[in-house]
Design a protein around this ligand. Structure first.
Ligand SMILES: [Fe+2]
Length: 384
């Protein structure tokens, strides 16, 4: 994101020698997107980041769609997915299109390898657990409720504090950023935005590993996963500065915008990418007009597929929802509160709901593994 940050030791000018104690120089690397014009950082390594000794194709990554094209409201119980595996290599795809893929994993094993997604940015939402996101930019501690934004190409590793651990991943080929309308022409978040720069956490502690050996790197790229071996520890950065690094935003730092009457979903927006937006529904007071109906009215999101990921068991407008439920309300399908929830919301003063929303502008496909956890009768659940 466009917030300048620096850690460690840097030479006063770019592209000049940063000497080590023995008089030799550090190895500079430009890391960013969009070639030489996008957001970028300059890193100063102990050793060249290029000393790869071996490369091999590890596995293909294919998201296979549900063969049934019937358009309907759908509900998946992600809490019932098998648990276990690696935080980076055992992710289950649930929904996807060419702009975004939604995946989940409940890892129980630390990665020994280092991982980078060469296909896109990731928003990793921490549904359960805590730990440290390690990267060449330093340690970024994380906790439940964090959105970890890991931009494309950033080499990282999850060091989990505990199990159970559960991650919900939004993967996109585009650059994840704050909503345009919440940024002024200089990139600063404006007054009236539901969060500010103070709510963004950045790596604060740089770990410089001076180690020779065999270090495994797994890269997600077209064609699947590639494994390569580097002859030294990749987190050997003595200093860096710039605008490209992983960062965190906790859902509980979202400042909900409330109104006299029902406010539309865009007030809950957290981030945007190309072809999608994300939102956070957080505990908040309800509307204050004496006759207001806090639950949403039925609506058809023409040209939008709406995904809700429920993080609490109560959601003001739905029944039959459990922790980890994911609903898909596809393009143009009318949907709204379940029977009784619309009238029943009147007079209520606040909600404790917690949920993420992802709205995509192209239709989403359901990935085959989601069929095993589908509530097949969901689309009929409005009929009493
Ligand atoms: Fe909706």
């Amino acid at each position: 994101m466009p917030w300048y940050h620096r850690l460690g030791t840097l030479p006063p000018k770019r592209h000049t020698a940063l000497r080590k104690a023995d008089g030799t120089i550090h190895q500079e690397q430009l890391m960013g997107n969009k070639g030489f014009t996008g957001p970028a950082s300059l890193l100063y390594h102990l050793r060249p980041p290029t000393t790869v000794t071996e490369v091999r194709h590890l596995a293909p990554v294919v998201y296979e769609p549900d063969p049934d094209p019937a358009l309907r409201l759908r509900h998946f119980r992600s809490g019932r997915l098998p648990r276990g595996g690696s935080p980076t290599l055992d992710r289950t795809p649930l929904l996807f299109n060419s702009d975004v893929a939604l995946l989940q994993v409940s890892p129980d094993r630390q990665d020994e390898h280092f991982y980078r997604n060469g296909l896109g940015d990731e928003i990793v939402y921490i549904t359960e657990g805590s730990g440290i996101l390690q990267s060449q930019f330093g340690d970024l501690p994380y906790r439940e409720g964090d959105h970890l934004v890991i931009h494309r190409g950033i080499l990282h590793r999850f060091q989990m504090d505990n199990v159970p651990h559960s991650l919900f991943i939004i993967e996109t080929p585009s650059y994840v950023r704050t909503p345009t309308r919440y940024r002024n022409e200089f990139g600063q978040l404006v007054e009236g935005a539901p969060f500010s720069e103070r709510d963004i956490r950045r790596p604060e502690e740089l770990q410089t590993h001076d180690e020779i050996g065999e270090f495994r790197i797994v890269v997600r790229q077209t064609g699947g996963l590639t494994e390569s071996l580097l002859d030294h520890h990749p987190f050997d950065v003595a200093g860096w500065d710039g605008y490209y690094y992983p960062w965190a935003f906790n859902i509980h730092n979202f400042e909900p915008i409330v109104g006299m009457i029902h406010q539309p979903p865009p007030i809950h927006q957290t981030f945007q990418g190309d072809g999608f937006v994300t939102c956070a529904f957080v505990p908040r007071p309800y509307d204050f007009h004496p006759e207001s109906i806090p639950a949403p009215y039925a609506h058809s999101n023409v040209m939008t597929d709406e995904v809700l990921y429920y993080l609490s068991k109560n959601f003001m407008s739905r029944k039959g929802i459990e922790h980890g439920s994911i609903t898909l309300h596809p393009d143009g399908m009318p949907h709204g509160p379940h029977p009784g929830r619309y009238e029943g919301s009147m007079g209520k003063e606040r909600t404790d709901e917690l949920a993420l929303m992802v709205d995509t502008f192209k239709p989403l496909k359901v990935a085959k593994p989601a069929l095993a956890i589908e509530d097949n009768d969901y689309y009929k659940s409005w009929v009493e």
